[in-house]
Ligand binder design. Structure first.
Ligand code: AMP
Length: 286
């Protein structure tokens, strides 16, 4: 069967489709993305396809979530290729608004989540999660999804969006989906295309150190010691510049020093290779 997918670039047109889907009693799922699709994004579509009658994917490189010295302008884009991948993965509606459609006037409204945005990427990228929370709120208002699918690759984003949806009584269930990796362990990311061959090789230290961390945690190694060993492993890579290596509770992202049995924790890494900042994480119970 040839899958039909419609591409929509205005809010008004999207509302017409959503209204009709609602009238037909369809459950609606959204997969928000910034495009340059890979198997990580497509795994979210698969999860959405299994749970929802209507699957909406948004592709929008959201300027609000990029800092002034970040890669908004050079963020990779390939809409033609994305359209084909989205269609084959089973997306029904592909929402591709221009910046001028989403933000026709300067935004005077900002959605800001506290506490869970104060560490990790929130600390390294001031304002980033305000941009995320604001655009996700806007997408939820436009698409009115029953379910929204997010990857654990961006585990702090999952924590932020879940907290936001709960606090604001948004009628949507946030569905976290597992990290998809290359065969050699590198977590898929649109930003991986920036990496030189040598950087990519050294970037494998992220997933490798997380694998070791999992083992050390299971063996009962102290949390500070685990952190120290990860930093040591990453520092052995000449091209790696550590942004952070942190062990925190998950999803509330509070400090952990001692072990509390049954506690869910995240081991979160952000490391720069040249101009490219990569993140990866492991969520486990100690
Ligand atoms: P992005 O386009 O990078 O903003 O990502 C859009 C969505 O895809 C987010 O929910 C990400 O967490 C998710 N995602 C990105 N990379 C992966 C991955 N390797 N595995 C699972 N989900 C991912």
């Amino acid at each position: 069967m040839i899958q039909t997918m419609q591409q929509i670039s205005t809010i008004a047109e999207m509302r017409v489709h959503i209204k009709e889907a609602r009238r037909q009693g369809k459950t609606i799922g959204i997969v928000p993305t910034m495009g340059f699709l890979h198997e990580g994004h497509l795994s979210l579509v698969k999860a959405a396809r299994e749970k929802c009658d209507l699957v909406v994917m948004s592709i929008f490189v959201n300027p609000l979530q990029f800092g002034p010295n970040e890669d908004f302008d050079r963020y990779p884009r390939d809409l033609e290729r994305d359209r084909e991948l989205a269609r084959s993965a089973g997306v029904d509606l592909l929402f591709t608004p221009e910046v001028s459609e989403m933000y026709p006037k300067p935004m005077l409204t900002n959605v800001s989540v506290s506490t869970v945005t104060e560490q990790l990427c929130g600390k390294s990228r001031p304002g980033h999660f305000d941009g995320v929370a604001t655009v996700v709120t806007k997408l939820f208002q436009i698409v009115q999804p029953d379910y929204a699918f997010f990857g654990q690759k961006d585990a702090q984003q999952v924590a932020v969006v879940t907290q936001m949806a709960f606090d604001l009584s948004m009628p949507v269930e946030i569905v976290p989906c597992p990290i998809v990796r290359e065969a050699d362990g590198l977590a898929l990311s649109s930003r991986n295309v920036y990496l030189s061959a040598e950087e990519r090789e050294q970037a494998l230290v992220l997933s490798r150190s997380l694998k070791h961390a999992e083992k050390w945690l299971a063996e009962g190694v102290a949390l500070d010691e685990v952190r120290g060993r990860i930093i040591q492993m990453i520092s052995e890579m000449p091209l790696a510049q550590i942004d952070y290596v942190e062990l925190l509770t998950y999803p509330d992202l509070s400090p952990v020093s001692a072990r509390t049995p049954g506690q869910s924790i995240i081991v979160a890494l952000a490391v720069r290779f040249g101009k490219t900042r990569l993140i990866d994480n492991l969520i486990t119970t100690i």
